[in-house]
Design a protein around this ligand. Sequence first.
Ligand SMILES: [Zn+2]
Length: 336
Amino acid sequence: MGRGTLELVSDICKKLGFSKTAFVVSGEKTMDIAGRHVIELLEQAGMKVGHILVSSPTLWNVRAVEMKLKRRKPRLVLGVGGGAKIDVAKLSSARCGIPYFSIPTTASHDGIASPLASIKGLAKPFSAMAQSPMAIIADTDVIIKSSQRLTASGCGDVIAKVTAVRDWRLAHKAKGEYYGAYAASLALMSAKLVMENANLIKPNDEEGLRVLLEALISCGVAMAIAGSSRPGSGAEHMFSHALDSVAPNSALHGEQCGVGTIMMAYLYGLDWKRIRDKLKTVGAPTNAGELGIKPDNIIQALVKAPEVRPERYTILQEKPLDKDSARKLAEATEVI
Ligand SMILES: [Zn+2]
């Protein structure tokens, strides 16, 4: 990670034993931003490089990439783009048993480093286990040009670890679920560092962006260590997944998780105001209006959230919400 790291792509390939064939998964815009340059660099190093442009992270697109991979049989897949392109590259390469590199062009969520992929059309509405990247090349010169909204959303996804880890600990105590203190500490430390450095996370600030990228990568590593999304995803994520079904395509994943974290922190008796203020500092939404979501949909999502993942024990299983108590929670935290 750092300035100009994209230029190192062929060296990193060589170091890790890839020198013949590769396949780039990118999007229309991200091809211009970084994908084409990656292909040029690899070709200059004598590699044969195929590519595909994908749009949304759907099972349909994952299958389309898989078909290409089966035909071309590359040794390596490189996902170049925002979260969606990387998720498609991650799942399709995992299904074909091919290692993959993550080359993010935004810092919008922890999928840039986690082994999980968020794909529409799978049997369940939450992320599926795929594989961890063999390398992550995060060029801050590229990512700094993406919109602050995406960066702020990435902060929301990291700050969400405050309640995700609480839920994990709760499940350990209440249900005897496996709990890994190292993975939990790593995720919590990421959230802590992003909150402490929130004032640095602003447009055109490389230092702040590095803090966020390190945090996102550490969260991905925490999930890889735990072997599940537990350190990174609790009730605040279930709220976000429920919002995706009651108010589709309204706000970004990390934005929704950030607002969910404010409310779950309240249920845990944590300092929810500090969480809200840190989200505000980085420019992330902290209420329904800023998310562009109707208050009623917030309430619906809160009530529906535990159904998204009934086997995952969280504060919402411990303290179930009905319409009334959900409204009270959203009002108390000024989300509605
Ligand atoms: Zn997330």
